[in-house]
Design a protein around this ligand. Structure first.
Ligand SMILES: Nc1ncnc2c1ncn2[C@@H]1O[C@H](COP(=O)(O)OP(=O)(O)OP(=O)(O)O)[C@@H](O)[C@H]1O
Ligand SMILES: [Mg+2]
Length: 265
């Protein structure tokens, strides 16, 4: 029987698996975007308030897991902090900077549904590498190897399985060599081995100083990866706590219901 995955086994696995091989990413990241400070954030669309006076401060280190029921506003929140949506009111500051193009370039967002080019797997990575001025075949091969897709390099991306497409999305995100990875349910459709692989890649990135903000519905995954957890409910932060506090003695009723397996609406 397979051993249960824990945060410790992941860290060990990440350390011994595929480390950052290229010189640029081998150095620990210098973070220039933290703290992220969100104040009084509101976003209205379709006559509804989707994000409702949200306040949150995130620090540079570790993995912040974002949880909450369907429709809570998690994906909309990602689009707002990444600058793809404009707030209706309130403010978002990455170390004092608005989510401008320059800030966005230091971040990579992996969407809930993979967004890929109708080209080969290799060309999907090459396209991203070219945007940062690199034409390195070696770099592309390292990236595809890290997500376990090297043998599928020549295959059209549209023929990949859902889980493989999500791993290719992650390779494209890592190709940007970001300071921050914003991952929106990157393992939602993956089998346990692929989940483990993605979690190792994430743990590896974190150990090299990349900040990860990760949306998930998977409690086991949150326990394995979280430094801190944000629970969104109806467009607000119901709770933001260090992982241990969140899982062992949560403050809010919404989180207590959620952890007890009661339905949170
Ligand atoms: N552009 C939009 N116009 C109107 N409503 C929207 C828009 N984008 C999102 N919504 C609504 O906002 C709410 C929050 O959506 P969001 O995608 O952020 O939820 P989520 O927390 O990511 O949920 P899930 O866990 O299902 O992914 C949903 O009710 C959704 O229908
Ligand atoms: Mg979502």
């Amino acid at each position: 029987m397979a051993l249960p995955m824990t945060k410790a086994t992941l860290e060990v696995a990440a350390g011994s698996a595929t480390p950052f091989a290229d010189q640029t990413s081998a150095r620990a990241k210098t973070q220039t975007l933290f703290p992220l400070e969100v104040r009084g954030l509101c976003f209205d669309a379709g006559g509804r308030r989707l994000i409702d006076n949200l306040d949150l401060t995130l620090s540079a280190s570790g993995t912040t897991m974002i949880m909450g029921p369907n429709g809570a506003g998690k994906s909309v929140f990602f689009r707002l902090i990444h600058g793809l949506l404009q707030p209706s009111s309130g403010s978002i500051n990455w170390a004092g900077k608005l989510p401008s193009e320059a800030v966005r370039r230091k971040q990579a967002l992996v969407f809930q549904k993979p967004v890929l080019l109708r080209r080969s797997v290799a060309e999907n990575v090459d396209f991203v590498l070219r945007t940062i001025g690199s034409q390195s075949v070696e770099q592309r091969e390292q990236l595809l190897d890290r997500v376990g897709l090297l043998s599928l390099s020549k295959q059209p991306a549209r023929l990949l399985s859902g889980g493989e497409q999500q791993r290719l999305s992650l390779a494209r995100a890592l190709a940007l060599n970001p300071e921050v990875l914003l991952l929106d349910e990157p393992t939602a459709s993956l089998d346990p081995a692929s989940v483990m692989k993605i979690e190792q890649i994430v743990a590896d990135a974190v150990s090299h100083g990349v900040k990860v903000i990760f949306i998930t519905h998977d409690l086991g995954q949150a326990r394995r990866l979280a430094s801190d957890v944000v629970f969104l409910h109806r467009g607000k932060v119901a709770e933001h706590a260090p992982a241990e506090t969140f899982f062992e003695c949560p403050d809010s009723e919404a989180v207590r219901d959620f952890l007890a397996g009661r339905i949170v609406l």
